[in-house]
Each structure stands twice: as structure tokens, then as C-alpha cells.
Design a protein around this ligand. Sequence first.
Ligand SMILES: [Zn+2]
Length: 104
Amino acid sequence: MTAADRRTLFRTFTEEIASTLAALDRFAEFQEEASGGPACTNWRQDTKERLADLRAAVNRMDDADFGVCRECGEDIPPRRLLAVPGTTLCVACKSEQEHALAIP
Ligand SMILES: [Zn+2]
């Protein structure tokens, strides 16, 4: 991963953290007025998990092995990290792992 890629990822992650926190704030205000159903609870849970992934990614960005697949040592494409900030596997290793798990 290049230094420019790293900067772009960092900026994108921190922006998304800020907008996600704002969304959660709005949600809390909204919930005071209306009772949140299961759909709202799921959204909040998903959003909190995404937030945790983003924060973990930002915390790991200074590590030398950030963006490096822990199985094969190849670079994980920045686009994949944007989609799945918490990932430590490249697409090939991830699908291999899922395939292995799928075998009974
Ligand atoms: Zn890999």
C-alpha cells in the first residue's frame, strides 16, 4: 500500500466515523420521540459494528502489516479495505476460508 493510499483510507475512515456518530446521535433523538422497532434496533446494531470496524482500522493503520493479508502476505486492495475496514484477509484468502468453513 502506498502512502497516498494510506492517507486516502485514513481520511475516508475518519469522515465515515464522524458521519456515523452524527447518524447515531440523530437516531437517539428520533428514538426519544418514536418507539424504535426491531428494524431500528438492527440498524443501530449494524451501525455500531461498522463504527467499531472503522475505529479498529484507524487504530491499526500505523502498523506495518495494515492492509497486508495475514494468510498470504499480499497487499489487500484499498477498495476492499474501504468496503470491509476490519478485514485482515485478501479476497482470495477470504473466499478460501469461507469455502473451507462450508465443507461439513
Ligand atoms: Zn491473502
